[in-house]
Design a protein around this ligand. Structure first.
Ligand SMILES: NC(=O)c1ccc[n+]([C@@H]2O[C@H](COP(=O)([O-])OP(=O)(O)OC[C@H]3O[C@@H](n4cnc5c(N)ncnc54)[C@H](OP(=O)(O)O)[C@@H]3O)[C@@H](O)[C@H]2O)c1
Length: 196
């Protein structure tokens, strides 16, 4: 159980169903989410991807991300749960930082409950945040956009990843494509995946 001082802090009573979580992710064709830890996705993703990304933000109650992702695109007014092993507590009225070690996805809802109920969570990454939700079996839907770029090296979707393509990354972790479409003439594609 994780207990955070400040607004919304209450002990998790174990009575709440967990929220539904969507992982939204843009990758290069070689299955990387960024060329480096401090690069914002907005600098390389297509306009079509960014439109879908902001629709996902609007549809979610809270976004969950690691410290690097938060700092790469700091948005003071957004509702964010930021994972960090070094900082904890409410850093802004709408942004709580915590170490997820020992916590569950349901605990996240309890921590933020009095500020804004968490029923629809958006997983924003990076790698260890994806790993944490995957380990908890809490990635209910994936919104995957694949951009026609190759980084060669950079930040993977998941830790220990060795696959060459984004779809293989997800298939090898138990997801299947349920919907896909082309987003533009440049070769950007969009895929919805669910646990198999
Ligand atoms: N293309 C996309 O869709 C997409 C999505 C997300 C991110 N990105 C990009 O990916 C890069 C950042 O990803 P990243 O993997 O380097 O970093 P990240 O996950 O955003 O941040 C890593 C930091 O978050 C904290 N953290 C994450 N998981 C944790 C856990 N399970 N337990 C404790 N602390 C945890 C740690 O902070 P402390 O050091 O404070 O302990 C860790 O150093 C950026 O360039 C960002 O723009 C791209």
């Amino acid at each position: 159980m994780t207990t955070i001082a400040g607004p919304g802090a209450t002990a998790y009573a174990g009575l709440m169903d967990r929220p539904v979580f969507t992982l939204t992710v843009a990758t290069s064709a070689d299955a990387l989410i960024s060329p480096a830890t401090d690069v914002s996705t907005a600098t390389w993703a297509s306009a079509e991807e960014q439109a879908l990304f902001f629709a996902d933000i609007d549809a979610a109650d809270w976004s969950i991300m690691g410290r690097n992702t938060h700092e790469a695109a700091d948005k003071p007014d957004r509702h964010r749960i930021v994972f960090s092993s070094r900082v904890a507590g409410w850093q802004r009225p709408t942004q709580v930082w915590l170490d997820p070690e020992g916590a569950t996805p349901a605990d996240l809802a309890q921590i933020v409950a009095t500020v804004r109920p968490l029923t629809r969570g958006l997983i924003l990454g990076g790698t260890r945040v994806h790993d944490w939700f995957l380990a908890h079996g809490a990635i209910d839907t994936v919104h995957l956009t694949i951009e026609p770029v190759r980084f060669g090296q950079g930040v993977p979707v998941f830790g220990g990843q060795s696959e060459d393509t984004p779809l293989q990354v997800f298939r090898n972790r138990g997801f299947e494509v349920v919907e896909e479409r082309s987003l533009n003439a440049s070769g950007t594609s969009f895929h919805v995946l669910k646990p198999s």
